[in-house]
Structure formats: C-alpha cells, structure tokens
Design a protein around this ligand. Structure first.
Ligand SMILES: [Zn+2]
Length: 259
C-alpha cells in the first residue's frame, strides 16, 4: 500500500500541465486561424515576412504535430491590422481580432526590455481571441537567438494563445522559467495539456485506460474561475486511471494482464 501511495504521488507530480490563467480554457473550435500583423519586426531580428514563416514553423513543428490532439493552427498571411504601440489588452478590447483567431505581431510595448514575448487570451462564451506579441524593442534579446530558438519562443507563446499556462517541470516547452522556454521540443506536460484542450471527438480507447499507456496526465486548474472547466468526470476518470496504473506498476501479475 505504501508503494502504491508513492506511485500515486509520483504520477501526480510527474504530469502537471496548467491552463492559461486568462481564460482557464482553450478555443471552442479545434481549427484556429493565426493572422500576422503588418507591424515592423526589425527590432526582433527579422522582417515581418520572416516572422510569418517562423510562426508557421512554430505551429507546424510543435502544436500541429501532436498526434493525440485534434488541433489545427492555420497560419494565414499578413493582415493589415497594425498593433504598433498597443498592449495585448488594447488589441483584444479593440475588436480588431476576429473570433476563433490568434493575432501575432511585433511591437515595443513591453515593460521589461528582456522579455522575449507574451500572449494573452480572451473568451466570451464560445468566442475566443488571442494576441501574441514578440518584443521588437531596441533591447530585445530576440535578435540574439538562433532561428530554432526563435521558433521555440514563438511556439511557447502560441501555447499560451491556445489556452495553456506554465508547468513547473523543466523539460517542457511551457516551463515558466526563461531559460526553459528555449528548448526545441514538446514535453509530456505540453502534450497532455494540448490533448486535454483539443481532444478528438471519439477517442479510440476509453479515457479511463489511457493513463496506463501514459497518454493522459493530470491538469491543474491555474485559473480563477472556480473549476468551471474541469468536469468531475474527467478528474474522477483520471484518478481511476492512475489507481489502475499504480496497481499495474506494483503488481507483476496484474501488470501482465495489461501488456
Ligand atoms: Zn510563458
């Protein structure tokens, strides 16, 4: 029983995705348009056209590549929406960003010159929008990064824009520390988070059995919305799955039943 207890603690602490505290949820649809603002990205070390290509690589190489999630970020062309001098909230409150859309751009509105970028999401019912801004200020560290790291930084901010918060586990793209934001791959928390927010309609296996296969972890609610977005059924089924996983790991006979 003691071993089972440690297995439970270990399993819960191993997977710890969180949701974007702005919204505590993802977009209502699994297909989301990403538009690029025509604002100047020179201070970030690239042209606006190159920024559009980096955003597309970030979408395709990271979030669109998760096989367990039904998410499709459609990166479109450069739109004539100009976000020069506007904060995330200015833009979201202006009505310039259409529903089910992420607007990505560069500007110099960051209070800290060392910040690489930021993303904010807003939802009203099923209508969600997000704004992703890369720091193009004169002291931005973005030009010092190599191309793959720039893509990883944009992918991290896209993670916030689709509804993910930070994780405390360092080997994930959504790790909260600046140094952890530059890794160029998704970790288990990242994959668990996007799979939870954008599931396929009909999973091939029942949710209760997915934790045994390592395909579903726990998701912490990091929002202030009283757990409205966490159906009891999900947590109950996740707990049931973890219990089964603990039994399986601690009983060779039982484990053989599952392999
Ligand atoms: Zn972040």
């Amino acid at each position: 029983m003691r071993i089972l207890f440690f297995t439970l603690v270990f399993t819960f602490s191993l997977f710890a995705s969180t949701l974007n505290p702005n919204t505590g949820r993802g977009f209502a649809k699994n297909e989301i348009d990403v538009l690029v603002s025509l604002t100047d990205c020179t201070g970030a070390g690239f042209s606006t056209e190159t920024f559009r290509d980096l955003v597309e690589d970030a979408a395709d190489d990271y979030w669109n590549a998760v096989p367990t999630a039904d998410l499709k970020l459609n990166v479109k062309g450069i739109t004539n929406i100009d976000i020069t001098g506007q904060s995330h909230s200015d833009i979201l409150n202006s009505g310039l960003v259409a529903n089910n859309t992420i607007l990505a751009g560069c500007n110099e509105t960051f209070s800290s010159s060392t910040t690489l970028g930021g993303a904010v999401m807003k939802c009203n019912g099923d209508n969600c929008q997000a704004v992703l801004i890369i720091n193009a200020g004169s002291e931005s560290a973005m030009p010092d990064q190599d191309r793959n790291t720039q893509i990883a930084v944009i992918a991290h901010e896209l993670g916030h824009a689709i509804g993910l918060g930070h994780t405390e586990i360092s080997h994930n793209l959504m790790y909260y520390s600046v140094s952890g934001k530059t890794q160029t791959w998704l970790g288990q928390d990242d994959i668990d988070g996007v799979t939870y927010l954008y599931p396929y309609d009909e999973p091939a296996l029942g949710c209760d059995f997915l934790p045994i296969l390592g395909a579903m972890g726990t998701i912490q609610d990091n929002s202030n919305d009283d757990n409205d977005n966490f159906p009891g059924g999900f947590m109950a089924s996740a707990l049931f799955g973890v219990l089964l996983a603990g039994l399986a790991f601690n009983s060779r006979k039982l484990f053989k039943l599952f392999v």
